[in-house]
Write a protein that binds this ligand. Structure first.
Ligand code: ADP
Length: 394
């Protein structure tokens, strides 16, 4: 195939990719498609997309054909002293035959991933004058990247930038619409409560009850607002996970301590069944703690008085599992498929227990961001167990 035929074939591929890209609004699916398309049309060994975080002035790996999620989430590239940073600052592509000979090359990624970089081609992702990130392909099979590769990648990059912004806007508008909807219920109760407080015929006892309702609803609004922000950040892919090695047992004890007074109110006993010498685990400690606190809080909230909660950790060859078992009300069969959906709450518990319906969505986002999974088993009236499976380490 001569040069012209090759170009024509590349353009043909671009047209079909454009159609494919237009058909999805799921940010991660979209980024993966762009990425594989980039590697394919330039015959590269690997491709990655780094999204630019202008507040932190750094680039975060979002997808890469050669890195797993867990490795990627901890990797950041600084704006200064990297080829990707140069691309963002100068809004121009970079094409080099040997990245190591380029003074801008940032070698920490290579060290962390043990995937040596030779030739490299990167283009800025620009939408409406705003740089949203960088699309990079590395190690062209058998040769260096050509000018034709650069042209193709620039066109793909332009399509990708529009797609990324669209997916983000869609995600935000979807989430905001749901959020506003959720605000209505507590606001309506507060409004009714204040109206009642103004009625002279209310007894002192009724007044106290009404004030306590207002207090509960404001607490709920508060949690709703912070959970919403957490989830919006996690969903936009802008959250970085800072992986460290730590002991699990002290973390579980801290969580018990935090939830103790709430558990004591209903005389619920909490037990930790992880050996104190459990090997260190690797994860983002704060985010993992947020997951444990969410699950523990649910295990207490949806329990019976005098019930119990048991936290267990198990290590196997390739993964470790953390489980929280409660003796509570359980989850009805027909609610199960919806449990991890945003704002979803089981009807029977909705009126009795305060909540936002966001806790489990946040847990799921955090766990899948670590390359792990979360599932549950439940027997209505008997109890529920949530299991988290995480890879053993990078
Ligand atoms: P929230 O607890 O704020 O409502 P979550 O997302 O944490 O939101 O949980 C969603 C729903 O799943 C809860 O409203 C509850 O109905 C159900 N649920 C969660 N954990 C448990 C549990 N341990 N036992 C019974 N039901 C649970």
């Amino acid at each position: 195939m001569n040069e012209i035929e090759k170009r024509l074939e590349g353009y043909q591929r671009l047209i079909s990719i454009a159609r494919d890209l237009a058909s999805t609004l799921d940010l991660n699916v979209l980024l993966n498609r762009i990425n594989y398309a980039a590697a394919e049309i330039t015959e590269a060994s690997a491709a990655s997309i780094l999204l630019y975080d202008d507040a932190a002035r750094q680039l975060n790996f979002q997808v890469a054909t050669n890195l797993d999620l867990q490795t990627m989430r901890g990797l950041v590239v600084p704006l200064n002293g990297s080829i990707a940073g140069w691309i963002v600052t100068n809004r121009k592509p970079v094409r080099v035959a040997n990245a190591h000979e380029d003074p801008r090359f940032y070698n920490k990624i290579e060290l962390a991933t043990s995937f040596p970089t030779e030739s490299l081609l990167g283009v800025p992702l620009i939408n409406k004058d705003k740089v949203v990130g960088v699309l990079e392909v590395i190690n062209k099979k058998n040769e260096s990247f050509t000018e034709a590769d650069e042209d193709l990648l620039l066109v793909l990059g332009a399509q990708a930038a529009v797609g990324i912004e669209n997916a983000r806007l869609f995600q935000q508008s979807d989430l905001i619409a749901e959020f506003v909807h959720e605000l209505r219920t507590p606001l309506a109760s507060i409004s009714t409560a204040t109206f009642l407080l103004l009625r002279p015929e209310m007894s002192q006892e009724q007044r106290e009850q009404t004030i306590s309702n207002i207090h509960d609803e404001t607490l709920r609004l508060n949690t709703l607002a912070s959970s919403f922000l957490d989830l919006a950040r996690l969903e936009s892919g802008r959250v970085q996970f800072h992986l460290t090695k730590f002991d699990l047992y002290p973390l579980l004890e801290e969580c018990c301590q935090i939830m103790k007074s709430r558990a004591d109110e209903d005389s619920i006993a909490i037990t930790i069944k992880a050996p104190a010498d459990f090997p260190q685990v690797e994860a983002d400690r704060d985010k993992f703690k947020q997951v444990v606190l969410n699950l523990l809080s649910n295990a207490i909230k949806y329990n019976h008085p005098n019930g119990s909660v048991t936290m267990t950790a198990l290590m196997s060859d390739r993964e470790w599992t953390f489980s929280i078992r409660d003796t509570g009300m359980g989850i009805p069969e027909k609610a199960r498929p919806h449990l991890f959906q945003k704002f979803y709450r089981v009807r029977a518990s909705e009126d009795r227990v305060l909540g936002t319906g966001l806790g489990l969505s946040i847990c799921k986002q955090i766990i899948s961001g670590h390359g792990g999974s979360i599932d549950f088993e439940s027997k209505p009236g008997k109890g529920t167990v949530f299991n988290i499976h995480l890879p053993k380490g990078v």
